[in-house]
Write a protein that binds this ligand. Structure first.
Ligand SMILES: Nc1nc2c(ncn2[C@@H]2O[C@H](COP(=O)(O)OP(=O)(O)OP(=O)(O)O)[C@@H](O)[C@H]2O)c(=O)[nH]1
Ligand SMILES: [Mg+2]
Length: 261
């Protein structure tokens, strides 16, 4: 997992509410996340530490899940490669479900509050987590963010994880569902090359279908590749930019929200 990728510094959280000015020079609150196996002298010790980190994470994830269930909130862990279109889809979702279903967002990025500013402009409550050198969110970060975000009961919280297809797959955040967003510019081979990410996905969204005329990408091959890794995952095709195909995504969110309310 993160033994060599630099998940060392603590995260920084910024709450942006609709209409509020961005203040990204926020409190540099550091939390203890015990990620750090960089000093481990031997492989055996590294493995033990990794197991401890994951066990601790799982404990906090269980608490997050209970906190969310107590409030009837549907939490979705949204993961993808950098630039697949997570924030673009959430901007559209926030706008188009406004007034029907409140969608609050937790944004995970190494640096900047750029994504939080976009979600804020789309009218949703949002907390930005900056992970520094870290390549994924963990349950403790999400626990802090949920307290800052204060999502209303019976709402939806989407957690936009740090963009990559590797480490985010390992960390349970306490979500009710895992959604992987892929885009047609990434190639059809990604499910088999990054099986851990796709294996536990409840839903896979194939984005940027408006670009299909311009890229070499076979949606049928993609569906077949996904089936090999994750036979149970639902696959929906859409374009976050044009809005084509987004209605089944909204129906999926509505059904999930209803089931968790
Ligand atoms: N053509 C096309 N472009 C898209 C679509 N969705 C997103 N984009 C573009 O893809 C780029 C990245 O989109 P983002 O929404 O920032 O992607 P992201 O997954 O949030 O990126 P990170 O947070 O950096 O991981 C932007 O230039 C978007 O305009 C789509 O459906 N079609
Ligand atoms: Mg983003």
């Amino acid at each position: 997992m993160c033994g060599t990728c630099g998940c060392a510094a603590g995260p920084v959280l910024t709450l942006l509410t609709p209409g509020e000015r961005s203040h990204h020079d926020h409190d540099h609150e550091h939390h203890d996340h015990e990620h750090h196996d960089h000093d481990a002298p031997a492989a055996g010790r590294t493995v033990v530490l990794q197991q401890k980190v994951l066990a601790k994470n799982d404990e906090i994830a269980v608490a997050n899940r209970r906190w969310l269930a107590d409030r009837g909130i549907l939490a979705v862990n949204l993961m993808s490669s950098p630039g697949s279109g997570k924030t673009t889809l959430l901007e559209r979702t926030a706008r188009e479900l406004a007034g029907e279903l409140p969608v609050a967002v937790i944004e995970g990025d190494q640096e900047t509050a750029l994504d939080a500013e976009r979600i804020q402009a789309a009218g949703s409550r949002v907390v930005q987590i900056n992970t520094g050198t870290g390549c994924h969110l963990d349950a403790a970060m999400v626990a802090h963010a949920l307290r800052d975000l204060e999502p209303p009961p019976r709402s939806i919280v989407v957690i936009e994880n740090v963009g990559n297809l590797v480490c985010p797959a390992l960390f349970d955040l306490g979500e009710a569902a895992r959604v992987v967003l892929a885009s047609v510019t990434e190639g059809a081979d990604k499910p088999r090359k990054y099986p851990h990410m796709f294996r536990h996905a409840d839903l896979v969204l194939l984005n940027k279908t408006d670009l299909l005329p311009y890229v070499e990408f076979d949606p049928q091959r993609y569906a077949d590749e996904l089936r090999q890794v994750s036979p149970g995952a639902l696959l929906l095709e859409l374009s976050a930019t044009t809005g084509d195909g987004v209605l089944p995504w909204y129906d999926w969110l509505r059904a999930g929200a209803l089931a968790h309310a």
